[in-house]
Write a protein that binds this ligand. Structure first.
Ligand code: SF4
Length: 345
């Protein structure tokens, strides 16, 4: 039977951690047995220049002239993709800042040329925030923007930009960003058009557990109404080199991460997967999360920039061999997938 938000809150606050993890693991095993999914992928964070200044973000640079600001051209992006495809990548995960100069056509060209050069690779590209930015740039409706991107080769949306959908917290940590309702609307439109997506949640900063559950409730409702989410991805806030870090000095605890993943598995009964994003949780906590409801480790990544700008201590990528052996060491079965969760034989 479906659990209520109140049940989830009670579990989060009062259930002993081993019992909570066990219940979530049972739910995970009902869906996927001992399987743990992963993808050979590459992140392409094509620019860090961004017109917004979200208080939790250590990645973005306000001015193109800032030291460490960068903006890869299409040739550089293609080279990085080629390198990844040579290494067996099945997914390109493409997200970046909201660059002040590039027109919408630039992003269409980016996808079209990657699609032409690498027809067998999934293009999982652009957060809902980038999609809204493209709509403003082009003066078109989100639906039309998504249709153009799909025609150019878009396979899926990665799910970033959700942060906290609770409007009060969202206003305090990224008031200039699209509202939570707008984020949901982009994903609703994408699902209706047959573009699958994921959903993230940035946690471990100034939000309450109630705020997290409100976020989960909005996601569960949308998945009921317009199904299309593959995975829920809790993202751990990292406090280095960003304005929010003045108030929140430390990354949240392992127990908080495991409770969040476990409760997400129990509450989001209509989501196929909960991800343990190892880049952010750290590998040791990600391995524990595989016994607490998580069924996906994300991927090999190759070059992660966003969380590392905020102090992540993990490597910026991982080999496929290490990914498989980490999963096997937990007594679980590694299953390689692509961005659409088709299994790679
Ligand atoms: S989180 Fe995204 S939108 Fe916000 S400042 Fe960073 S790059 Fe820009």
């Amino acid at each position: 039977m479906r659990i209520s938000k109140e049940d989830a809150l009670d579990l989060f606050k009062n259930a002993p951690l081993p019992l909570l993890c066990q219940k979530a693991n049972e739910e995970k095993e009902k869906r996927h047995g001992k399987n743990v999914f992963w993808v050979n992928n590459r992140q392409i964070n094509y620019t860090n220049v961004c017109v917004l200044h979200c208080s939790f973000c250590s990645f973005s640079k306000i001015k193109k002239s800032d030291a460490n600001a960068y903006d890869w051209n299409l040739q550089e992006i293609t080279e990085k993709a080629r390198d990844a495809v040579r290494g067996g990548a099945r997914e390109l995960h493409i997200v970046g800042g909201l660059h002040p100069d590039h027109p919408f056509e630039y992003y269409i060209e980016m996808l079209s040329s990657l699609r032409k050069d690498f027809p067998g690779v999934n293009l999982k590209a652009f957060t809902a925030v980038e999609i809204c930015h493209f709509a403003k740039l082009s003066g078109r409706h989100v639906r039309e923007v998504l249709a153009d991107l799909k025609n150019a080769g878009l396979d899926a949306l990665p799910g970033g930009g959700a942060e906290l959908l609770s409007e009060e917290i969202r206003h305090r940590i990224c008031g200039k960003k699209e509202s939570g309702a707008e984020w949901l609307e982009v994903h609703r439109e994408a699902h209706k058009m047959g573009i699958p997506t994921n959903a993230t949640m940035l946690f471990g900063h100034i939000e309450s557990i109630e705020d997290r559950l409100e976020h989960l409730e909005l996601l569960r409702n949308l998945q009921d109404e317009a199904p299309g989410f593959f995975a829920f991805i809790p993202l751990v806030y990292h406090p280095e080199k960003n304005a929010l870090g003045i108030r929140v000095k430390e990354k949240t605890s392992e127990e908080d991460i495991l409770r969040t993943i476990a409760v997400s598995r129990l509450y989001l009964d209509n989501f196929p997967h909960i991800k343990a994003y190892w880049i952010q949780t750290g590998i040791s906590t990600a391995m524990k999360a595989l016994h607490a409801g998580a069924s996906d480790l994300d991927g090999t990544i190759m070059e992660e920039k966003i969380t590392h700008a905020a102090g992540a201590e993990t490597a910026i990528g991982m080999s496929p061999e290490r990914m498989r052996s980490l999963i096997r060491e937990e007594g679980l079965v590694p299953v390689e997938r692509d961005a659409l969760y088709d299994v790679i034989q």
